[in-house]
Design a protein around this ligand. Structure first.
Ligand code: NAG
Ligand code: NAG
Ligand code: NAG
Ligand code: NAG
Length: 492
């Protein structure tokens, strides 16, 4: 078998010298792919859908997107979902992660009269997946706030918790019989910190050190409320699981003296979300509370800019996840940057500088380099920091400029999947599933259609948006089919 695999590797992946791992993925391991509504659905104004902040933002500020594009049509997955399910079947995935567009269900976000066409669309998609034996993993919120709710302050308004919960309730009620895994929120760090604290993502408020913490506070309360709603009412009916997806860059100390700074950065980046949910003591990480309170006092505030949870809230949020969804792409170096700059900002709160090692191979995205050992270290850190939680890798992938013969992507996946096997077998990390980001090229936020993450190429100049398998699609298919990393050529 190994010899056959090796010969196969030589033929298909031209002189494969890596892979053919000594480890196999467990028999019940789940492979899938991940996507998000705004990035692939298109159909932004059909069948009663209302505008989200991404519709508004890209229409009013095309300069924020490198190629001035938007998601109005994207992959047109709204109309082509049956074809896409056939592609998923052909790949052999066990699950498909996608998100619901809030404004298809509640066009203004106000929680009354759900839009029947929106519910019908996701019912049709779920039925199609079921017919093809593909497990749905559904993200309730992947950044597309209804614009009218943003006009009321979005997640900075505590009333948002009620609006979000009513939306989640409609999703559980209508789709819960078929959805095995629910994800309350995707990447709160990107949404709250980089979208409210900075201006990289809608709503681009650019109020660092203030808006980000307010957003995060209400988001964590919304998450816990959705978890408890599901746990109390819908789990007994449907028996699914519910978690949250956190993203993390691994922060490696730039030299051994910098471990404390690297750990502080990990806490500000991922611990912000994970500590309240996944630790025995709950609440924000102590280092985060300490640094923000101290800096706030120096700036003349009479309270910390990081809001406080009541003791009751700490209890309510603690343990509010069945699994930890984890999105990971890349690694940065970290070093202490303690400073006296009293400008209000997230960076002046954590006081760590982060940078790339120039020797690391790069993807097409500015922030992406190929560091598979960072993935393994991060998984072990999650195990050690959060008492060995069940981990679902909800995203991992590589960006290039869209070539069909994508040897770099094959090499990235090969190395990261080998690191994952080592984390499972050598570090005892409890990873139960893995989703490649992403099935097909799609709208990559501020990178528009320039950097591509797909296993399938999409021709965005053709009205029909044809999908064409890249070499990485074939590679992933063989990995899934053989439950191991089949031979590939390491090129990065
Ligand atoms: C929907 O948006 C498209 C542009 O993407 C526009 O051409 C069309 O007229 C809009 N349809 C409606 C019903 O507003
Ligand atoms: C965000 O704020 C910073 C600092 O106030 C400013 O330099 C920058 O131009 C702003 N960016 C945007 C996109 O508004
Ligand atoms: C991994 O888990 C197994 C079984 O629970 C245990 O015997 C082993 O000591 C663990 N190894 C490490 C490195 O924690
Ligand atoms: C497993 O790998 C072999 C090559 O050795 C290949 O022929 C087979 O199609 C793969 N299995 C699946 C289900 O893809």
């Amino acid at each position: 078998m190994k010899v056959l695999l090796y010969i196969f590797g030589l033929l298909v992946f031209s002189f494969g010298t890596h892979g053919d791992s000594i480890y196999q993925f467990p028999d019940d391991f789940l492979f899938g792919t991940a996507a998000a509504a705004y990035q692939n659905e298109g159909a932004w104004n059909v069948s009663g859908k209302g505008p989200s902040i991404w519709d508004t933002f890209t229409h009013l500020h095309s300069e924020f997107v490198v190629d001035h594009s938007n998601g109005d049509v994207a992959c047109d997955a709204y109309h082509k979902f049956k074809e896409d399910v056939q592609i998923l079947k052909e790949l052999g995935v066990k699950f498909y992660r996608f998100s619901i567009a809030w404004t298809r269900i509640f066009p203004t976000g106000l929680p009354h009269n759900p839009n029947a066409d929106g519910i019908a669309f996701y019912n049709a998609l779920l039925d199609e997946l079921q017919k093809n034996s593909i497990i749905p993993m559904v993200t309730i919120f992947h950044w597309d706030v209804p614009q009218p709710l943003q006009n009321l302050g979005g997640f900075m308004n505590p009333k948002m918790i009620d609006y979000y919960i009513e939306y989640a309730r409609v999703a559980f009620e209508n789709f819960g019989d078929r959805v095995r895994y629910w994800i309350t929120f995707n990447e709160p760090k990107q949404f709250c910190q980089e979208g409210h604290g900075e201006a990289y993502y809608a709503p681009a408020l650019n109020m660092s050190g203030v808006a980000d913490y307010l957003c995060g506070h209400n988001l964590l309360r919304s998450h816990a409320a959705a978890y408890h709603l599901y746990n109390d009412i819908y789990r007994p009916l449907f028996g699914g699981e519910i978690g949250i997806t956190l993203n993390g860059l691994w922060f490696e100390p730039s030299n051994p003296q910098e471990e404390e700074a690297a750990e502080r950065m990990r806490q500000f980046y991922l611990g912000w979300w994970a500590h309240p949910i996944f630790t025995a003591e709950g609440d924000y990480p102590p280092v985060m509370k300490e640094y923000i309170a101290k800096r706030s006092a120096q700036q003349g505030f009479r309270w910390s800019r990081l809001p406080e949870f009541t003791a009751e809230e700490v209890e309510y949020i603690k343990g509010s996840a069945d699994f930890l969804g984890f999105n990971h792409y890349s690694t940065f170096l970290a070093a202490n940057a303690e400073n006296d700059d009293l400008t209000i900002s997230f960076a002046n709160d954590h006081q760590v500088k982060t940078f790339l090692d120039p020797s690391w191979p790069k993807g097409a995205s500015s922030w992406l380099s190929v560091v598979p050992w960072g993935f393994r270290k991060f998984l072990k850190w999650l195990r050690d920091s959060y008492d060995n939680p069940y981990i679902v890798v909800t995203e991992n992938g590589y960006s290039d400029l869209g070539q069909i013969h994508d040897a770099e992507r094959v090499s990235y996946y090969g190395q990261y999947l080998e690191a994952l096997l080592q984390a499972i077998y050598e570090d005892n990390v409890s990873v139960i599933a893995y989703a490649a980001w992403t099935l097909m090229d799609n709208f990559e936020w501020f990178d528009g259609y320039k950097s591509r993450f797909g296993l399938y190429y999409v021709d965005f100049s053709s009205p029909n948006r044809p999908r064409i398998a890249k070499d990485s699609a074939r590679f992933y298919k063989y990995v899934i089919g053989n439950n191991t990393v089949v031979p590939y050529k390491k090129v990065n």
